[in-house]
Design a protein around this ligand. Structure first.
Ligand code: GLU
Length: 543
C-alpha cells in the first residue's frame, strides 16, 4: 500500500506539514529546568472545586521554576459544551489567585488555546500518521460497531477494535477510494502494534514506577467530522505547546500506554507525567469521590459562602504537600508562593477533602489578618452576597473596624471567623437592628439579684475606666449583692455566698450581647458605648 497516496486521498486539502508547525511552535526559550504545564478543562459549565488541586500543582511547578502555565480549553466534545463556561473557568481560578500565562484571553505564541480552533493542526498530524502507516480510515457503521460490541460481550473479551475484530485495517487503496466516492463517512484509527499480554513500564512522577497493560486497540484518532479524540489532541497539543509536565487526573493512567505509542508514532518526545488522584471525601469511614452533587463540590459555593481565596489556597496547599503545615508554623507571615512546593511531598493516593479542616485553616488565616483587611474583604464580599450586611458595616466604617479588630494582632489572635458569611452573626449584637437576646440568664441567679446587679452596673458604668477599674467595679457590685468577688473564696466556702463573680459577669454578658459567649466584655462594652450598654442592662433588668 502506498500510504503517502492514501494520506493525500483522505486529506487533499491539508497542505501544511509537521515541519511547518515545528517551526511555528519552536522549543521554548526558557531557563534550564523551567517547567511548562497546562490545565486542560472541558467547558461543561460546572467548575469542580477539585480542579483547584491540579491547577495549583501546575501553577506552582511552572511559576516556581520560571516556566509557563497555560489554560487550554478542551472543547472537542461539543455535546458537553455550555455557553459562557470558558470564562467561568478562568474567572473561578483567577479568583483563587491562579495566574495563567497563556490562554484564550491571555493570548500567547503557542495557541490557539481552544481545541476547536486547532482542527487543521490535528489533521496535518493525522495525515502524517496515515502517510507513515500508523493510521487508517475505518468505514464501519454504528450498527456494525454495535454488533461487534455485542459479540465481544457475549464472548466476554475486552471490547474494542483490535485483533480478529478489525475490519478496515487492511482495506486497499481502491476500496477506500470507492467508499469515499460512495460518500461513506469514516473515522481515522490508530494502527496499534501493541499486545494486551504485555506490560509497559512507565514512570509517573507522583505514582512512581508503574507497569500498565500495553495498548492493542486501534483507537479512533479523528472522529467522522474530523475532530480529534482526547488522545490525539493531547499528543499534538502537548507536543506543540511544548508542555514539559502533563498533570492530569488519574483516570487517564490506563490510556498512558496508548499515549506512549502515539507520541512514538508522531515522532514526539514524551513529556513527563503526573497523575493526580480524584479528590475524595469521607463518608463514615469510607472514602468517596467528591462528586458534583456533594456539598462544596462546585467552586461557586466558595464565592457565595465568603471563603477568602487565600484561606482556600492555604487549605489546598496543606493537602497537596505534606510538609506545608510545618513550613507555615515556621513562617507564619510569609507569602504562600515562597513555600518550596515539591512533587515528592505529594501523596500518591491523593487528597481527602474535609470541610471542618478547611474551616479550621480559614479561621487561622483570617485570625492573622488585620482589622482593615478583614473590613475590606467582608464588605467586598457582602456588597455582592449580603447587601444588608454591607449597608450595616459601611454605615460607620470606624465602628465596624473596631468590632472586627477585637482580639487581633496579639500572639494568640481570636479565631471566631472562618468565612465572611459568619460575620453577620458574629457582629449582630453590635447593631440594634440585629440585636436579640437568645441566651438565658444564669439559672442560679435569683431574679431580684439580677435586677440589682444590672441596675447597679448600668448606673455605675464608666466607659473611660481602664480594664482593672472596670473589673473592680463589677467585683464590688457582686459583693454588694452577696456574691463572691473571687472564685477561690467561693470554692472554699460556697455556702457563704448567693453565687459568684462568674454569675454576675454572665448576667452582664447576656444582657449586653444577648449570648453566653462573646469576645472580651470590656472591649465589647467600650465599642458599644455607654449609652447602649446601660440601655441593654436596664432592659434586661426589666425582662
Ligand atoms: N480535558 C481533559 C479532562 O478534563 C484533560 C485531561 C488532561 O489534562 O490532559 O479530563
Amino acid at each position: 500500500m502506498d500510504y503517502q497516496k492514501l494520506a493525500q486521498l483522505l486529506y487533499p486539502d491539508i497542505d501544511k506539514t509537521p515541519e511547518y508547525y515545528e517551526e511555528k511552535y519552536p522549543p521554548r526559550d526558557l531557563p534550564e529546568g523551567a517547567k511548562v504545564t497546562r490545565f486542560a478543562p472541558s467547558p461543561t459549565g460546572f467548575v469542580h472545586f477539585g480542579g483547584l488541586f491540579p491547577v495549583t500543582v501546575c501553577e506552582r511547578l511552572a511559576h516556581q521554576s520560571g516556566g509557563v502555565f497555560m489554560l487550554r480549553i478542551e472543547d472537542t466534545d461539543s455535546k458537553r459544551e455550555v455557553e459562557g463556561a470558558e470564562m467561568d473557568i478562568i474567572r473561578a481560578f483567577e479568583h483563587f489567585g491562579i495566574r495563567f500565562d497563556e490562554s484564550i484571553v491571555h493570548g500567547g505564541d503557542y495557541g490557539p488555546y481552544r481545541q476547536s480552533d486547532r482542527k487543521a493542526i490535528y489533521q496535518c498530524y493525522a495525515k502524517y500518521l496515515v502517510a507513515n502507516g500508523h493510521a487508517y480510515p475505518c468505514f464501519c457503521s454504528a450498527e456494525e460497531l454495535d454488533e461487534l460490541r455485542a459479540r465481544q460481550e457475549e464472548a466476554k473479551v475486552t471490547p474494542g477494535y483490535y485483533g480478529e475484530y478489525v475490519r478496515c485495517r487492511d482495506l486497499s487503496y481502491e476500496e477506500v477510494e470507492a467508499n469515499l466516492k460512495a460518500g461513506k463517512p469514516f473515522v481515522l484509527r490508530f494502527r496499534s502494534n501493541g499486545n494486551a499480554e504485555n506490560k509497559v513500564k512507565i514512570t509517573d512522577l507522583i505514582k512512581g514506577n508503574l507497569e500498565i497493560t500495553e495498548n492493542s486497540i486501534d483507537h479512533v484518532l479523528l472522529k467522522s467530522d474530523g475532530i480529534p479524540t482526547y488522545h490525539m489532541a493531547h499528543a499534538v497539543d502537548d507536543h506543540l505547546m511544548r508542555t514539559t509536565h502533563v498533570i492530569r487526573g488519574e483516570e487517564w493512567l490506563p490510556s498512558l500506554p496508548y499515549h506512549v505509542q502515539l507520541f512514538q508514532a508522531l515522532g514526539f518526545r514524551l513529556p513527563k507525567y503526573m497523575h493526580i488522584s480524584q479528590l475524595m471525601r469521607l463518608e463514615g469511614t469510607a472514602k468517596k469521590k467528591l462528586s458534583k452533587r456533594d456539598a462544596g463540590a462546585g467552586i461557586t459555593y466558595y464565592f457565595s459562602e465568603g471563603y477568602a481565596p487565600e484561606c482556600v489556597t492555604e487549605y489546598v496547599m496543606t493537602l497537596l504537600n505534606s510538609n506545608f503545615e510545618d513550613w507555615r508554623r515556621a513562617n507564619p507571615n510569609e507569602d504562600i508562593d515562597k513555600f518550596p512546593f515539591a512533587i515528592k511531598k505529594m501523596s500518591p493516593s491523593g487528597c481527602l477533602f474535609d470541610m471542618a479542616k478547611l474551616n479550621d485553616v480559614c479561621k487561622n488565616v483570617v485570625s492573622r489578618m488585620d482589622a482593615e483587611t478583614v473590613y475590606n474583604k467582608v464588605t467586598g464580599w457582602a456588597e455582592e452576597y449580603d447587601p444588608e450586611l454591607h449597608a450595616l458595616l459601611t454605615r460607620d466604617p470606624d465602628y465596624s473596624r473596631r468590632i472586627l479588630g477585637i482580639g487581633r494582632g496579639g500572639a494568640k489572635p481570636r479565631k471566631d471567623i472562618a468565612l465572611w458569611k459568619e460575620v453577620k452573626e458574629y457582629v449582630s449584637f453590635f447593631f440594634e437592628e440585629l440585636f436579640t437576646v437568645s441566651a438565658e440568664m444564669p439559672a442560679n441567679v435569683e431574679p431580684a439579684d439580677r435586677v440589682k446587679i444590672l441596675t447597679a452596673f448600668a448606673e455605675s458604668y464608666d466607659e473611660t475606666a481602664d480594664q482593672t477599674a472596670w473589673f473592680d467595679g463589677i467585683r464590688a457590685i457582686a459583693e454588694s449583692v452577696g456574691y463572691a468577688g473571687d472564685m477561690k473564696a467561693y470554692k472554699a466556702e460556697p455556702e457563704k455566698y448567693r453565687g459568684h463573680i462568674g454569675d454576675v459577669s454572665m448576667c452582664l454578658r447576656v444582657a449586653v450581647t444577648g449570648r453566653e459567649s462573646s469576645p472580651d466584655m470590656y472591649e465589647v462594652m467600650k465599642i458599644l458605648g455607654a449609652e447602649k450598654v446601660t440601655a441593654r442592662c436596664l432592659a434586661a433588668a426589666k425582662a
